[in-house]
Design a protein around this ligand. Structure first.
Ligand code: FAD
Ligand code: PYC
Length: 402
C-alpha cells in the first residue's frame, strides 16, 4: 500500500531561507500558517516566511482534541470565535483541502445547580450574539448520547448544545493552510528555530535562527506554549503560564457516539474520531513547564470521570497518550497584539482552547500585522488590557479545568 509514496508530489516547497523578508512569522502551527496565508491572500503581501523550529503542525496543533465551538460568554470573545466558526464553515473550499470539519454538535454538561444557571446564562448570551445554542434536558441528552449514565456520581442535570459546533482533522488544517500559503508564495522553513530577536532604536530588524540571521521589518510570533520564551528574547514579559495539557485515544471502536461531550465539573471531554477511536482529554496539569508530557494521576482521574459517565467504556483499551504545552493567560483569553517594540507582534495565550480559533486567529492577526493596528474583533485582546484592567473572564466557557 505504501509502495507509491516516493512518487507523491510535495504539498509545499522546502526553500532555503532568503536573507530578507517583509514579514517573518515565528511558529508553523495552525495559527502561524493561517496568519501567513491571510497575509498573502487578503493583504497582498508577497515576501513572507514562516519559521518553524520543528515540523509544520507538530506542536499543539497536532496534539489537541479538535473541538470547535463558538459558545463563549462575553461579546468580545463570542464574536471572535464566531468569526472563526464562519471561516471553518467554508474552509475546505477556501483551501481546496478537506479539513474534515464535522458539525456534529458539542454538548457542555451541567452537574449541579450553579452549572445549570451558568450554562443557561451562556446560552442566552450566545443567542443575543446570533450564535446557536440550546438547553437540553437530561432526557434529551440521553436521546442524543444513549451511552451516557445520567445518574453518575455528579448527576447530569442538563446540557448546552451547539449544533454547528463539532470537530475537524487537526493535521489537515495545518497541511491545508501550509499548501495554500505556499501556493501564494509564502516560504515555509522547517527545522529553523528562532533563537533571538534583533532590535535597533526600539524597532525590530530581524531574527537570529538556527539557519542564520534573517532580516525582517515585521516579526509576528505565534508560538503557543513557547511564546514567553520568545518574548523574553525581545525584553518583553508576557502574563502567561505554560502548562502541560494531556489527551489520549482508545483502540478504534464501531460508531458509538456521534457528538462531542464535555464536562468541566469532572474535567473530561470525549468524542469519537472518524477512525473510531475515542478521543479523550483532561484538565491542565497544575505545574508549569515545557516538557510535552503530563503526570499519571491526571490520566487516571480523567479516565475515572469518563468511566463514571460512560460505564460502557470501562473495558476499552487506551492506545496512546500525550501532552502539549498550553499558554494560559489570567483571564483565559488570547493576546493578539502589537507590542512596545515597533514591528513585533504577538498572538498567544489561547491556552486550552485555540484550535477552534485557528482560522479566525490567523485572519485577525494578519490584519493586525498588515495594518499595524488591530481589527475591531481583536482590539479588546491587546496586551494593554492587563494594565487597564479590562479583562474578559472566560474561565467558565473555556470548559477545561485551569
Ligand atoms: P502550535 O501548533 O503549538 O504552534 C506553535 C509552533 O511554534 C510550534 O509548532 C512550535 O514548534 C513553534 N515554535 C515554538 N518556539 C519556536 C521557536 N523558537 N522558533 C520557531 N518555532 C517555534 N483547542 C481547542 O480549541 N479545542 C480542543 O479540543 C483543544 N484540545 C486540546 C488538547 C490538548 C491536549 C492540547 C495540548 C491543546 C488543546 N487545545 C484545544 C488548544 C490548542 O491545541 C492550541 O490552543 C492551538 O493549537 C494553538 O495553536 P498554535 O498554532 O498557536 O500552536
Ligand atoms: O476549548 O473546547 C475547548 C477544548 C476542548 C478540549 C480542550 N479544549
Amino acid at each position: 500500500g505504501l509502495s507509491n509514496h516516493d512518487r507523491w508530489p510535495r504539498a509545499w516547497r522546502s526553500p532555503e531561507p532568503r536573507r530578507v523578508y517583509d514579514v517573518v512569522v515565528v511558529g508553523g502551527g495552525g495559527h502561524g500558517l493561517a496568519t501567513a496565508y491571510y497575509l498573502a491572500k487578503e493583504h497582498g503581501l508577497k515576501n513572507i516566511a514562516v519559521l518553524e523550529k520543528g515540523w509544520v503542525g507538530g506542536g499543539n496543533t497536532a496534539r489537541n482534541t479538535t473541538i470547535v465551538r463558538s459558545n463563549y460568554l462575553w461579546d468580545e470573545s463570542s464574536q471572535l470565535y464566531e468569526k472563526s466558526m464562519q471561516l471553518w464553515e467554508g474552509l475546505s473550499q477556501a483551501l481546496n483541502y478537506n479539513v474534515m470539519f464535522s458539525q456534529r454538535g458539542v454538548m457542555n454538561l451541567a452537574h449541579n445547580l450553579q452549572d445549570v444557571r451558568d450554562t443557561q446564562r451562556r446560552i442566552t448570551a450566545n443567542r443575543y450574539n446570533g450564535i446557536d445554542g440550546e438547553w437540553l434536558t437530561p432526557a434529551q441528552v440521553k436521546e442524543i448520547v444513549p451511552a451516557i449514565n445520567l445518574d453518575c456520581r455528579y448527576p447530569v442535570l442538563g446540557a448546552s448544545f451547539q449544533r454547528r459546533a463539532g470537530v475537524a482533522r487537526h493535521d489537515a488544517v495545518a497541511w491545508g493552510y501550509a499548501r495554500a500559503a505556499d501556493r501564494l508564495g509564502v516560504d515555509i522553513i522547517e527545522n529553523c528555530p528562532v533563537t533571538g530577536i534583533r532590535r535597533e532604536n526600539g524597532e525590530v530588524c530581524g531574527v537570529e535562527t538556527g539557519r542564520g540571521y534573517i532580516q525582517a521589518a515585521k516579526v509576528a510570533v505565534v508560538a503557543a506554549g513557547h511564546s514567553s520564551v520568545i518574548a523574553d528574547m525581545a525584553g518583553i514579559r508576557l502574563p502567561l503560564e505554560s502548562h502541560p495539557l494531556q489527551a489520549l485515544v482508545s483502540e478504534p471502536l464501531k460508531p458509538v457516539m456521534d457528538t462531542v461531550v464535555m464536562s468541566n465539573a469532572v474535567h473530561a471531554y470525549i468524542s469519537q474520531s472518524d477512525k473510531g477511536d475515542l478521543v479523550i482529554g483532561a484538565g491542565i496539569d497544575q505545574y508549569v513547564g515545557y516538557g510535552q508530557r503530563g503526570s499519571f494521576h491526571l490520566i487516571e482521574s480523567t479516565l475515572q470521570a469518563i468511566v463514571e459517565m460512560f460505564p460502557v467504556f470501562s473495558r476499552v483499551r487506551m492506545n496512546r497518550q500525550w501532552g502539549g504545552i498550553v499558554d494560559v493567560s489570567p483571564d483565559a483569553c488570547p493576546i493578539i497584539s502589537t507590542t512596545p517594540v515597533k514591528g513585533l507582534y504577538f498572538n498567544c495565550g489561547w491556552g486550552t482552547g485555540g484550535f477552534k480559533a485557528t482560522p479566525g486567529s490567523g485572519w485577525v492577526f494578519a490584519y493586525t500585522v498588515a495594518n499595524n493596528a488591530p481589527h475591531r474583533l481583536n482590539a479588546p485582546f491587546s496586551l494593554a488590557r492587563f494594565q487597564t484592567g479590562h479583562l474578559i473572564d472566560e474561565h467558565g466557557a473555556a470548559a477545561v479545568a485551569h
